[in-house]
Design a protein around this ligand. Structure first.
Ligand SMILES: [Zn+2]
Length: 271
């Protein structure tokens, strides 16, 4: 396995544990690594894989603050690490508290041994709306497209390829634990403006194209409408979740409840 080139100088490693995508962008003067996996062992494996491809100076980008995308940062602590400011704030919280919380949910998952050994390493550079990294012969655009899968999603756009983080998810339903389900469709609308017909790298699963993103946006917009309507009718979270589940059975009961709960939080302005 390892990195596979999906466009000239743009490589993706679909890492088997949690099916996470790691991207590597090669330029004349440097390379950009997007996301760093979950544990010290995974990150060490990633470092070896990166260095087998390039010895160019490396800049790291975290797409968001979820552990499977950034808990490997410590292995790249000598690099500039870029992230949205909400992601940077989250990762600057107490390392032990952050890792303990993840360990409680994921500690027994195969391939995630060593979670408690993670030293959470915050980004060194913060993005509010956009920033461009210059690799000499190509520009790598970091864009925050609004609230969506998390408070601090950063999308990476380079030469027609969009690396979407978990704003786009293939192979499993999108995760709503920290999400803003009512804002997410708009973020995907902005993402569609960035991607012409080029590949879109989701946070997990197979590389997709714009039709897939359009479809996911449509589903999320429908969910948004279901949540707003249920809320306006005075229904409670579980009743609206049941309705959402009947319309999108692939969500699963737990995710439907989480999505509607988060939508109600958004509507209450408490998020
Ligand atoms: Zn995520």
């Amino acid at each position: 396995m390892g990195f596979r080139e999906i466009a000239p100088g743009i490589l993706v490693w679909r890492y088997p544990v949690l099916d996470v995508n790691i991207s590597l962008i090669l330029g004349a003067d440097g390379a950009v690594l997007v996301d760093t996996l979950s544990t010290p062992r995974q990150a060490a494996e990633l470092e070896v894989a990166v260095r087998a491809v390039t010895d160019l100076p490396l800049t790291v980008v975290n797409t968001h603050a979820h552990f499977d995308h950034c808990f490997g940062n410590a292995a790249f602590a000598n690099c500039d690490i870029w992230a949205h400011e909400a992601t940077a704030d989250r990762l600057a919280e107490n390392s032990e508290t952050l890792t303990r919380r993840v360990y409680e949910s994921w500690g027994t998952t195969p391939g995630l041994d060593g979670l408690l050994d993670v030293v959470v390493t915050p980004p060194t550079h913060r993005v509010r709306t956009s920033h461009t990294l210059d690799l000499g012969d190509r520009s790598v655009h970091l864009r925050h497209l609004g609230l969506g899968h998390s408070p601090g999603d950063l999308v990476v756009a380079v030469d027609g390829v969009v690396i979407a983080g978990d704003l786009v998810e293939e192979g499993a339903p999108p995760s709503f634990a920290d999400a803003y389900p009512l804002s997410w469709p708009d973020a995907l609308g902005a993402l569609l403006e960035l991607c012409a017909d080029g590949p879109v790298v989701p946070g997990h699963g197979d590389v997709v194209g714009r039709e897939f993103v359009e479809e996911q946006r449509k589903d999320l917009a429908g969910l948004d409408w279901t949540i707003r309507e249920g809320h306006a009718d005075g229904a409670d979270v579980s009743a609206v979740a049941e309705l959402a589940l009947s319309r999108w059975p692939e969500l699963g009961a737990a995710f439907a409840l989480e999505a509607v709960g988060r939508g109600f939080v958004e509507l209450s302005g408490r998020s």
